[in-house]
Design a protein around this ligand. Structure first.
Ligand code: HEM
Length: 466
């Protein structure tokens, strides 16, 4: 009673001061609890990341997340998982991929933006529950995404788009006009995705523009996606919209799945195309490009290549160019997000063994391609150097390990549905551009990571028809 009366007599600035002291004390207690008394406290990591998810949101918003995480692995080493948020552990080594992504018991996505509607109506990617995802994937996946089906049913249509793309680039070359190549390959990839989704492409390449502002719109949402997905307090207050699988799907659900295809497949493939071409031009003063071209010219001379190059021909006769693509996907992964999973919880939960480390039930566990692909042991002695030769020099065992360590398309039951389409685009377009054009790099531009998704900007070249 006396306390209440004393409070009533306080002036407004004393009340405000008291409130502030209360808030700061609560924050301090929460910080101490999270940093020192939490089940994840025993794992190393910066205290300011263990204390609040705002740290992770902030580095994403500053667009430095991949580099920040790589820096943490250099500081804390790769032998141990690193605590990167109050509830999440990052496993830096490729050997953790199997334990996290291939165990069906872990195929549960943590509470996130997925059920909030921020990513649009519910769809395959936002389905958190492993069993619901399995059923939906069975319904939507299937042979139409396999390379055999794509070669038979889509390759000739993709060839038409490759021809159109080369014709458009030839127009730029004839006008001696500088070309923002990263934007042009993005237009190509967006045409392929709209073609696969709606039978006809929307005309990005034909009209040489970002139709309906699709790419710009996608990119403008990435920073928000990154922050909202990482800042737990924010996302917890968004309304939920859990997915219910109905058969046949309602129009809104169909639209959601198709939007997902375009979102997941357009700019990601464009990033891979742009980064590969940039590495070809920028590495060792054109050495890599010269070697790729020599291989191509040899195959051409021997009559092994059609026009446009068939996917199978590229796979069989252009191993060096293939290594260039793999090496670009390794160092500049287009989807460098935190694709976290949950360790099993529920009744009688047991700790889960991941990469030799026991992890408490219900923990968010993740890897990230940008870090895993730079593993200092697997890619020794030069994990951060663009060197396509490493893929060809490796013996069978090492090559197998390197393949298994690729996380660019994800891993396990949620692995990228469009991996083979993306590969087909890459293996057909990159050699065709190298074959038809000499390229002078006017500006290297940059690989930008925003909200866990990468895109290229400012990569400008001048083309000359060969
Ligand atoms: C180089 C290009 C691409 C990259 C790097 C990429 C990367 C990824 C990654 C890392 C995932 C896994 C996400 C997770 O673990 O939750 C994923 C999922 C997905 N991708 Fe791709 N992707 C690419 C191209 C495409 C294309 C062309 C399509 C369109 C057909 C596509 C459609 C999807 C879909 C539908 C999913 C969700 C799968 C699921 O949840 O079951 N992607 N992608």
């Amino acid at each position: 009673m006396t306390v209440l009366m004393a409070l009533r007599d306080l002036s407004w600035y004393h009340t405000l001061g008291l409130l502030l002291v209360g808030l700061v004390s609560a924050a301090a207690v929460r910080t101490v609890r999270r940093v020192y008394l939490h089940p994840l406290s025993k794992f190393p990591g910066p205290w300011y990341a263990a204390a609040t998810s705002l740290t992770s949101a902030f580095v994403s918003w500053r667009r430095v997340e991949s580099e920040w995480l790589l820096g943490l692995t250099k500081k804390y080493g790769t032998d141990t998982p690193i605590r990167i948020t109050p509830s999440m552990l990052l496993f830096p080594r490729p050997s953790a991929l199997k334990d996290i992504y291939w165990d069906p018991a872990c195929n549960f996505k943590p509470e996130s933006l997925y059920e909030t509607g921020v990513l649009g109506p519910p769809q395959l990617f936002t389905t958190r529950d492993g069993e619901a995802h399995r059923r939906l994937r069975k319904a939507l996946g299937g042979t139409q995404w396999s390379i055999g089906y794509l070669k038979k049913n889509w390759e000739s249509r993709i060839d038409d788009q490759v021809r159109l793309f080369v014709d458009k680039m030839t127009e730029f070359a004839e006008r001696k006009e500088a070309v923002m190549l990263c934007d042009k390959v993005a237009e190509f990839a967006a045409d392929i995705m709209t073609m696969v989704s709606f039978t006809e492409p929307w005309g990005f390449v034909k009209n040489s523009r970002d139709e309906r502002g699709l790419l710009a719109e996608w990119r403008s949402g990435l920073d928000f996606f990154g922050v909202a997905g990482r800042w737990q307090t924010f996302r917890r207050h968004l309304p939920r919209r859990p997915l219910r699988v109905r058969r046949p799907p309602r129009p809104l659900e169909k639209r959601a799945h198709i939007t997902l295809l375009i979102q997941a497949g357009a700019d990601t493939t464009a990033t891979a195309l742009g980064c590969t071409l940039r590495y070809l031009l920028a590495t060792d003063g054109g050495r890599v490009l010269a070697q790729a071209r020599a291989e191509l010219d040899r195959a051409e001379y021997e009559g092994k290549l059609s026009d446009p190059i068939a996917y199978e021909e590229a796979r069989r006769h252009l191993p060096y160019l293939g290594a260039c693509i793999k090496e670009a996907l390794r160092l500049a992964p287009p989807a460098t997000n935190l694709f976290a999973r949950l360790t099993p919880s529920g009744r009688n939960p047991k700790a889960k063994l991941i990469d030799g480390v026991l992890v408490p039930p219900g923990t968010e566990v993740t890897t990230i391609s940008y870090v895993v692909h730079r593993d200092p042991e697997l890619y020794a002695p030069d994990p951060e150097t663009y060197r396509p030769e490493r893929w060809l020099e490796a013996g069978d065992k090492k090559a197998g390990e390197m393949e298994a360590a690729q996380f660019g398309f994800g891993a396990g039951p949620r692995q990228c549905l469009g991996k083979e389409i993306a590969n087909m685009e890459l293996w057909k377009v990159v050699p065709q551009v190298v074959r038809r054009f000499d390229m002078e790099m006017l500006a290297a531009g940059e690989y930008v990571v925003a909200g866990g998704v990468a895109y290229n900007q400012g990569f400008k070249v001048r083309l000359t028809r060969r």
